[in-house]
Design a protein. Structure first.
Length: 420
């Protein structure tokens, strides 16, 4: 696909925070973002789940809903969606054909547009031309200097759980990272915030006060759990019984955050209780504790930092119906693999380490050495396919739960083995 070749040709320029380049590009495009309404979502963990729920509910309510997410799992076009469907190859090709000459012109003038900046501009261009009523917009990294932050005040700003990630760019402390995430908070848009560590919430509260922005905490959203299983959770909210297809205690927090956001945008859009119930039920967020096989029982999870790994650990301990469990683990070298492996101590009986299809992969051998400190049975595999074949056979024979985790890049490679 020629469009993808052009997009990925921008890879070598890397990612550089700052809004000057994207603003210049968008000016030439006619600032399509100014004609769109947004729900803007930042955070370290939970962004994808909240975006998936909110966009699904808006779609159910009959609105033409754009969704921008990062990264994709299997197909690049997942990043730009309309009404829950990724855009067509023709839509992407046409958009690239019309806009890429601008990238080349700017490059000749010494203004280098990065891949993420270009994809972001494509999203604005495509969603405007499609006539979207609203766009659910996930930040890439941070908030303040993230190139999604060129939009005018949105319908609602959402900050999900904040943790330590991308420290080389966003700051060494959780307070510094929180301040970067707060960069998307704009007056007069209300800010919906997930439950946070005290020091993080203090930063958010101060920022909202200084900007005179209404702060809505998800903890004020009251829900009552009716049932829980490895496939879904049912809870009641304002007289509704809602089925959440995302599993884990952390997903209940994401659900509360999404509900708080939906209540805000109900002031601008006609959203019924039935729309909320159906929107939750139909929401899809691949590779977030996703049940991808019943035999053997297999979970795919993109958890790749200590907070995400902790959520995975808690979900396995709570919902695993099997007496034994196997983990296939692959991680990037620039992630906190040592803390992540330590968190999983005692949760799995066997660990298979694998490479991730990314230049930044941590070698299976190095990851295995770290795992051997905490697990009695560890094997390093040189390729993912062999590890899956071995693990599946073993899981079937021993009636074990199989979990594959450690990186969204790994999830991207593995998911097609299970989902057709």
């Amino acid at each position: 696909m020629i469009a993808l070749e052009k997009i990925h040709s921008l890879d070598k320029f890397g990612s550089r925070p700052g809004l000057e380049r994207i603003k210049r590009f968008l000016d030439i495009l006619g600032n399509p973002q100014d004609d769109l309404k947004f729900v803007h979502v930042a955070g370290t963990n939970g962004k994808g789940s909240v975006c998936a729920i909110v966009s699904s509910v808006l779609t159910e309510a009959g609105y033409k809903t754009g969704l921008f997410i990062s990264p994709f799992i299997v197909d690049f076009r997942e990043r730009i969606q309309i009404n829950g469907e990724m855009i067509s190859e023709k839509t992407l090709n046409d958009a690239v054909e019309k806009t890429f000459p601008i990238v080349e012109k700017l490059r000749d003038e010494g203004c280098i547009i990065t891949e993420f900046e270009y994809v972001m501009a494509l999203e604005f261009y495509i969603h405007k031309n499609a006539g979207c009523d609203v766009v659910v917009l996930e930040t890439g990294m941070g908030g303040l200097l993230d190139c999604t932050n060129v939009i005018k005040p949105p319908l609602c700003t959402v900050i999900t759980k904040i943790g330590l990630d991308h420290t080389a760019v966003l700051g060494d402390t959780i307070e510094e990272i929180a301040l970067q995430k707060c960069g998307i908070i704009k007056n007069p848009s209300p800010a919906v915030v997930s439950a946070q560590r005290a020091e993080v919430m203090a930063v958010i509260e101060k920022d909202c006060k200084e900007k005179n922005v209404e702060l809505i905490k998800s903890e004020k959203t009251e829900i009552e759990i009716k049932s829980e299983s490895i496939s879904n959770t049912v809870f009641s909210y304002n007289g509704m019984d809602i089925s959440l297809p995302f599993v884990g205690v952390h997903q209940l927090e994401n659900a509360k955050t999404a509900l708080a956001c939906i209540e805000v945008i109900r002031e601008s859009f006609n959203i019924s209780d039935e729309n909320i119930i159906n929107g939750f039920k139909k929401a899809v967020n691949p590779a977030r504790f996703e049940l991808v096989s019943e035999n053997p029982l297999t979970i795919l999870d993109g958890a790749h930092n200590p907070d995400g790994i902790t959520a995975l650990k808690n979900a396995v301990e709570k919902y695993n119906p099997k007496s034994s469990s196997i983990l296939i683990l692959g991680m990037l070298a620039d992630k906190d693999s040592k803390s992540s492996v330590k968190i999983l101590k005692g949760v799995f009986d066997t660990v298979y380490t694998v490479p991730v299809d990314n230049p930044r992969t941590l070698s299976p051998q190095k990851l295995a050495e770290e795992c051997k400190k905490y697990f009695s049975e560890v094997m390093a595999f040189s390729d993912v396919k062999s590890a899956i074949a071995e693990a599946k056979a073993r899981a079937v024979n021993n009636d074990s739960l199989l979990v594959i985790a450690g990186s969204l890049y790994l999830a991207s490679e593995v998911r097609p083995y299970f989902i057709n």
